[in-house]
Ligand binder design. Structure first.
Ligand code: SF4
Ligand code: SF4
Length: 132
């Protein structure tokens, strides 16, 4: 998910380094205690500081999620995303849900992106989805 290093390895059919980071623009990216502890260690801050700086409690879903920041392409994106380089700033310390995505060798967002880029004849084109 959203790394410059997680490119087409192990036969993956997607290349995060060529993607603007669709998966990081989900409004709800659930995190648990281990995820927050990992972020705290990464930033050398306390658990409470990591929790308040990078996460929020979603009242409707009743889960803790990563906070977001404004993004020119998607409206909002994860607070831990570098909106200029289009990659995760905490890749080695990213939450478990980010590690698990996209759960297979293919990424639907990447296939959508490739299709749109071919249609536009522009390999830099950034298509948006209904979620954005
Ligand atoms: S949407 Fe897919 S290709 Fe894009 S950053 Fe996420 S996992 Fe990588
Ligand atoms: S922690 Fe990194 S990989 Fe996970 S949503 Fe945020 S920017 Fe994306």
């Amino acid at each position: 998910m959203a790394s410059s290093t997680a490119t087409k390895k192990s036969g993956n059919q997607y290349d995060c380094s060529k993607c603007p980071g669709y998966c990081c623009s989900y409004p709800l990216i659930e995190v648990g205690k281990r995820d927050i502890a990992r972020l705290a260690k990464h930033f050398e801050i306390t658990y409470a500081q990591a929790e308040s700086r990078y996460t929020r409690f979603d009242r409707s879903e009743k889960v803790r999620s990563l906070k977001q920041q404004d993004d020119r392409h998607f409206g909002k994106i994860c607070k831990l995303f570098d909106t200029r380089k289009r990659q995760c700033t905490v890749y080695e310390a990213r939450p478990g849900v980010c590690r698990d995505y996209p759960d297979g060798k293919r990424c639907g967002y990447y296939e959508f992106l490739q299709f749109e880029r071919e249609q536009q004849g522009d390999d830099k084109f950034i298509a948006t989805t209904d979620n954005n």
